[in-house]
Design a protein around this ligand. Structure first.
Ligand SMILES: [Zn+2]
Length: 254
């Protein structure tokens, strides 16, 4: 069967002599694996179509197997800036790997596709990569049904007297339940308000977000702590991202 789909490359790996297998996050057919013959040859007309973060219209044939074979591709947005600038590449690679882990084959992935495309565009437009990435994480958590509880205390269910966010316990914590042993894991209520805004924000309608460095550090601690505890997948690309953050390499090509 011949497929014609809009897709974004979320994984690209070498396969055999000069070929590549790409994984697409598609608008209509979830995740799709496509073999691109000769993609590594110097004069391949498909080389650009296999680059990470490329958004295009892909035409491929798929028989009984899981992997299709590329017939043609028309690139719509190349997103080359995201591959060339180290800190953008680190964030976008992490998000691409997240989507790869979260999406299943043939699952209607339209929502994730829209949010991913909006995310790549936001990075291209120079929006804060770290904050935009946390917003994307929230969209993914909502989509996969493991979003934090942000409106009522996760221990007692009360909606008043919320003291902050406890990532180990999975959401908002009220003053009376705030357990002493978790004191270090609870951020200020301002972060909770920010996470509530994330919950309501569609990446396609994201304005400019400017946060203080201290707020960004707390936001990162919250999101990463939550993802580690409640999602529990350690991604290869996250290690690289954390190294980069540690040495503040963002300044190098800022
Ligand atoms: Zn409580």
């Amino acid at each position: 069967m011949l497929y014609r789909v809009e897709g974004i490359v979320i994984r690209s790996m070498d396969y055999g002599e000069g070929n590549k297998i790409i994984t697409l996050c598609t608008k209509s057919h979830g995740k799709a694996g496509v073999l691109v013959r000769g993609a590594k040859k110097v004069r391949s007309r498909h080389a650009a179509a296999t680059q990470l973060f490329t958004f295009g219209e892909y035409v491929f044939f798929r028989g009984m197997g899981h992997i299709g074979t590329l017939n043609a591709c028309e690139i719509i947005e190349g997103h080359h800036t995201l591959r060339e600038r180290l800190h953008l590449a680190a964030y976008a690679s992490y998000v691409a790997e997240l989507v790869d882990k979260a999406l299943h084959d043939e699952e209607a992935g339209g929502v994730m596709f829209d949010q991913l495309l909006a995310y790549l565009r936001a990075l291209d437009e120079g929006k804060d990569a770290q904050v935009t990435t946390h917003l994307f994480e929230m969209k993914l958590l909502q989509r996969t049904g493991v979003a934090p509880e942000l409106h009522a205390c996760v221990v007692c269910g009360r909606e008043d007297g919320i003291a902050g966010f406890g990532w180990r316990l999975g959401g908002a914590i009220c003053q009376r339940c705030k357990p002493k042993e978790h004191a270090n894991f609870i951020a200020n209520p301002g972060i909770l308000a920010l996470l509530q805004r994330f919950e309501q924000t569609d990446l396609r309608r994201l304005g400019n977000v400017t946060l203080k460095p201290d707020t960004k550090l707390q936001l990162r601690a919250c999101m990463r702590g939550y993802m580690d505890t409640h999602v529990g997948v350690r991604l290869k690309s996250l290690q690289f991202l954390e190294q980069m953050e540690k040495y503040d390499l963002a300044d190098l090509d800022g």
